[in-house]
Design a protein around this ligand. Structure first.
Ligand SMILES: Cc1cc2nc3c(=O)[nH]c(=O)nc-3n(C[C@H](O)[C@H](O)[C@H](O)COP(=O)(O)OP(=O)(O)OC[C@H]3O[C@@H](n4cnc5c(N)ncnc54)[C@H](O)[C@@H]3O)c2cc1C
Length: 408
C-alpha cells in the first residue's frame, strides 16, 4: 500500500485499543486521514481467545480478527503491519519507523500495550518455556502441546489460570506455582480465590503457593522446574504468566510524563499537546476509585479509545465507564465490575460452594465492585449500582431471591 507522509491521526500500536480508536473515529464521522501502525505481522486481533478457545483449537485465526481485512481500506484507514515505530518526536510532530520512514501527524495516539514479563532465572531460555501474549506465542505453544504431558504454570493470575484450565481440558497434568498464598490475589477477594482454586483442584490441577521458580532444568529442552524450596516439578512445558509492564519506551524517550504507564488525564491526553495514550499502556484517573489506574481489559481498550476519539473530534468528555473484566475457566465465567480494592465490606450473594454466586464489594455502604461467577444478571445490575453510586441495604444485596436490578 502507498502510504502518505502526513496524517491527521497516527496510531502507534494496532492492537485492541489502536483498532478500536480507528473504528470509533470513523463511527463518529471523523473524515481525516488515519494511519494505524503495528509491529506484529497479523491484522488487528483479539487477545482473549488466545488463552481460551483459540488455544483449544475451537476457533481458527480468522475468528480472532477485530474486523475483516477489507474493513480497513473500505473505511480509509491505512494499516501498516510489521512496522515498528522507533521514535516519536513531539516537537516536529512526527514518528519514525525502524526502517527510517517518517510520518508527520496532527494527532498521535499511543496504543502500544504492554511488554510481557519474563522470568530471569536459570534455564528461562530453554525450549518449552513460554510466555503468552501474542498469536505467535500460542502457535508455538500449540505446536509443542501434543508432545507435552506435564505443564508447569508460573503465576496464578487470569492468564495462568486460563491456560491451566485449557491444558487440563486437553488432558495434561498441570501444576501451578504462585509466590502469593492464593490465586488471583492481585485482583479479587479470598472468597472468590478459594472457589476458583477448588474448581481447579477438582479437575486435577496441583498448586504450590508461596513459591517461585528458582530454575528451569533440562537437556536442550525443559524437563523440570525447580521451586524456591528445592521441589522439582516435572514438566515439558512451562507457561510464565507473571504479568506485563506498560510499553512506555517511545513516550519516555519523547519526554512525556510516565510512571508505570503513560500518564494521561481523564480524556487520555498525555503531558504533550495532541498526543494521547490509551489501553494497557496508559495510566488514568478513574471516576470510580482514588488514584491513577492502568487497566488491562478489552472494555478499557475500547472505552479509552472512544474517549480519545471524542477528544480528537473536539468533543472532549471525561472517561466515565465502570471498569469491567471477564475470565473463562472450564464452565466458570467470572465477570467483574468496579475497582474494589478499597472495599471495607464483602457481601456474599448465594452459596460459596456452588455457582451462581457473587461477591459484592462496598465502601461505607456504597457498592463499588462485584465479582460474579456464572451470575451475568448480578454482574449487569451491579455495574449499574456502581455507576449510580447506590447504597442498597446489605440484606437485599445478600439475598439471591431479591433481583439486584430491583435495587438500581
Ligand atoms: C492471553 C490473553 C488473554 C486475555 N483475556 C482477556 C479477557 O478474557 N478479558 C479481557 O477483558 N481482557 C483480556 N486480556 C487483556 C486484553 O487483551 C488487553 O487488555 C487488550 O488487548 C489491550 O489492548 P491494547 O491495544 O492496549 O494492547 P495490545 O492488544 O497489547 O496492543 C498493542 C500493540 O501495539 C504493538 N506495539 C507496541 N509497541 C509498538 C511500536 N513501537 N510500534 C508498533 N507497534 C507497537 C504491540 O506489538 C501490540 O500489537 C487478555 C490478554 C491476553 C494476552
Amino acid at each position: 500500500m502507498d502510504l502518505r507522509t502526513s496524517y491527521d491521526v497516527v496510531i502507534v500500536g494496532a492492537g485492541h485499543a489502536g483498532a478500536a480508536l480507528a473504528i470509533a473515529l470513523r463511527q463518529k464521522g471523523f473524515s481525516g486521514s488515519i494511519l494505524l501502525i503495528g509491529d506484529e505481522p497479523a491484522l488487528p486481533y483479539e487477545r482473549p481467545p488466545l488463552s481460551k478457545d483459540y488455544l483449544l483449537g475451537k476457533i481458527g485465526a480468522e475468528h480472532l480478527l477485530i474486523r475483516p481485512a477489507e474493513f480497513w481500506p473500505e473505511n480509509k484507514v491505512d494499516l501498516a503491519v510489521r512496522c515498528a515505530v522507533q521514535e516519536l518526536d513531539p516537537d516536529r510532530r512526527r514518528v519514525t519507523l525502524s526502517d527510517g520512514r517518517h510520518f508527520s501527524f496532527g494527532w498521535c495516539v499511543l496504543a502500544a500495550g504492554g511488554k510481557v514479563r519474563r522470568l530471569a532465572c536459570d534455564g528461562a531460555e530453554l525450549g518449552g518455556v513460554h510466555t503468552l501474549r501474542n498469536v505467535s506465542d500460542v502457535e508455538h505453544i500449540r505446536d509443542e502441546l501434543d508432545a507435552t504431558s506435564q505443564v508447569a504454570v508460573v503465576g496464578a493470575g487470569y492468564i495462568g489460570l486460563e491456560f491451566a484450565a485449557a491444558a487440563c481440558e486437553l488432558g495434561k497434568r498441570v501444576t501451578v506455582i504462585e509466590t502469593q498464598q492464593r490465586v488471583l490475589s492481585r485482583v479479587t477477594s479470598p472468597v472468590i480465590s478459594r472457589f476458583v482454586e477448588e474448581e481447579h483442584i477438582r479437575r486435577g490441577v496441583s498448586f504450590h503457593f508461596g513459591q517461585g521458580v528458582r530454575a528451569f532444568r533440562g537437556e536442550g529442552a525443559l524437563q523440570e522446574a525447580i521451586l524456591d524450596d528445592g521441589t522439582a516439578i516435572p514438566a515439558q512445558m512451562a507457561i510464565c504468566g507473571i504479568g506485563i509492564d506498560a510499553e512506555t519506551r517511545l513516550a519516555e524517550q519523547a519526554g512525556l510524563a510516565c510512571d508505570q504507564g503513560v500518564l494521561v488525564d481523564s480524556c487520555f491526553r498525555t503531558s504533550a499537546p495532541d498526543i494521547l495514550a490509551i489501553g494497557d499502556c496508559s495510566r488514568h484517573p478513574n471516576p470510580f476509585a482514588d488514584g491513577l489506574w492502568r487497566l488491562e481489559s478489552v472494555q478499557h481498550a475500547q472505552d479509552s479509545a472512544a474517549t480519545a476519539a471524542d477528544a480528537i473530534i473536539g468533543n472532549a468528555l471525561p472517561y466515565a465507564q465502570v471498569p469491567t473484566f471477564w475470565s473463562q475457566q472450564y464452565d466458570m465465567r467470572l465477570q467483574s465490575a468496579g475497582l474494589s480494592m478499597a472495599a471495607d465490606e464483602i457481601i456474599v450473594r448465594g452459596e460459596t460452594g456452588s455457582t451462581p454466586f457473587s461477591a459484592i464489594y462496598t465502601r461505607e455502604g456504597k457498592v463499588i465492585g462485584i465479582d460474579a461467577i456464572n451470575a451475568p444478571r448480578d454482574f449487569m445490575a451491579a455495574r449499574k449500582l456502581i455507576k449510580q453510586g447506590a447504597s442498597p441495604d446489605r440484606d437485599s444485596l445478600r439475598d439471591p431471591g431479591i433481583p439486584l436490578r430491583s435495587l438500581t
